[in-house]
Design a protein around this ligand. Structure first.
Ligand SMILES: [Zn+2]
Length: 54
């Protein structure tokens, strides 16, 4: 069982996600489209750390 609190990294774009399922979605999307989905990257740790939100 992998239940530690370390964020999961998408190996394609390098963004980190607290939710492993979302990280997997990102990876799948990145591989298929060669780009990130904004609907997915909005959940990334990097995005959450931004001081302002869209
Ligand atoms: Zn990605």
């Amino acid at each position: 069982m992998d239940t530690n609190k370390k964020p999961h990294q998408c190996p394609e774009c390098g963004l980190h996600y607290e939710d492993k399922a979302i990280a997997k979605q990102c990876e799948a999307f990145c591989k298929e489209h060669n780009a990130c989905s904004l609907d997915i990257t909005r959940y990334s740790v990097e995005n959450k750390q931004k001081p302002h939100q869209v």
